[in-house]
Each structure stands twice: as structure tokens, then as C-alpha cells.
Design a binder for this molecule. Sequence first.
Ligand SMILES: [Zn+2]
Length: 264
Amino acid sequence: MDAEETAWAPSRAFSRALVVVAHPDDAEFGAGATIARWVDMGTDVRYVVLTDGASGSADPAMTRERLAVVRQGEQRAACRRLGVDDVAFLGYPDGYLEPSLEARRKVAAEIRRHRPEAVLAPDPTVRWTTWGFVNHPDHRAAGDLVLHAINPAASTRLWDPSLLDDGLEPWDVAELWLMGFGQGTTRVDVAHVFDRKLAALRCHASQLSGWDPGPRMREVAAEIGAAAGLALAEAFTVLRFRVLDEQGSEPAWDKPPTNVRPAR
Ligand SMILES: [Zn+2]
């Protein structure tokens, strides 16, 4: 096993986690099995879906208005399969998401409202992949919005005092989990929950055109897992700002990182 690849072994479950994505289906493709594991561990998981998903069809008979309704229903069904019953749709137009100040305030408000120990979002640094895929700009914008929210908008008391007027006190996230299409050195063992990821993915029927995601997704998860000695895994880049222990959490800079081998 490469020293850099680490199978996730938490000291305890997150009390709360917030999943912030651009489109309905992003969370299931990138992290559906990990989210199922968090739910099983007792984590209160909430989704925030930033756009309406209204661009995601090549059907000449489809309209943006109808597709937005279809995709909300698909996302709710997928969440039910994973055991998540709290999902907020912010309704930005699909294909036009920008890390604007207005959107930063909204994402910060969601973080302050839910007070998650972990936030899961797309990695905003991924512009393309080497296998011939240009990342959707909404994914990058969603990741940037979360970064902006973590520092400073959610955590800084006076960034926007009107958040305080709404009863939303500042909040420091302990861990940020970034989805980067299989990139990242934190590997989560998902073999026992993988069928739930696939069941959740299949809820997004408007995006699959009859394609069964099972075989390809298993292949990818096996490749990701192999590096950490796992049968099936999802991968993330995890930034730790605080170290979680039984009692609560402390600033990460007080303790050595738990996910890195000590230098010899
Ligand atoms: Zn997407």
C-alpha cells in the first residue's frame, strides 16, 4: 500500500454533515456510498443542491421548467435510498452558477444553520481530467462557494452582520471532504453499502437514458480501492481544520494530523 493512500478510520461518527453540490446526482456519483456509511454511523446528513438541474437533457421535447421538477423528485428519491431526508434546493439555473457574494452568503447561511462537523463538496481545482473530460463549471463554482463559506463567510462573525440578525451565529467546520472524480488520498471502504449507492444513482433516471451504472461504477470503485487494499472505495481529498475525538473537537494545529504517518 502506498504510504499516501489511507483507508478512512474515524475515531467517531460526525454528529452532522452537510453535502453541498451543484446538481441533482452529483452527490450520488461522487460520494453516495460514503454518505450511506455516514448515515449508518448515526450522522445527521443534510443536502444543499445549488442548481435546478434544468440543463440536463438532450430530449427535444423536454423543457427546463419540466426537467427541474423531474430532477427534484429524482434527488429526493435518491436521498431516501441513502437514508437522507433533509435536502434543500437553492434553485440557481443549471449551467450558470457563479461563486457570487450573494450565493456565498446563502451557502454560509446553510453552514451556520446546520452546524456540520463535516462538509462534502466538489473539488474546485479540477478543471479537466486526463481521460478526456472537462469539468462542469457549476461543479467548480460549487466547490469555490464552499471554500469561500468556510473561510470567511460562515466562520467570521462580522463578515455579514445580517446573518447574525437572522439568528445565524458563526460556525467552524472541522473537516472538508472534496470529491475529485477519484482523486484524493482518503479512501473510504464502501463494499458493504455499494448497492445503496447504485440504487440511489438509478433514481436519476432522466440522466441515465437507460444506462445501468452498476458495472462501470463497480470497476471504478475497485480501482480506487486497490491503492488502499480495499475491495471497493470512494476517494476524497480531506482537509482537517479540527481533530475530532470522543469529547468534541480541537484545532487541528494543536495535534499532529491523524491521517498521516509519522516521519521516520
Ligand atoms: Zn453535476
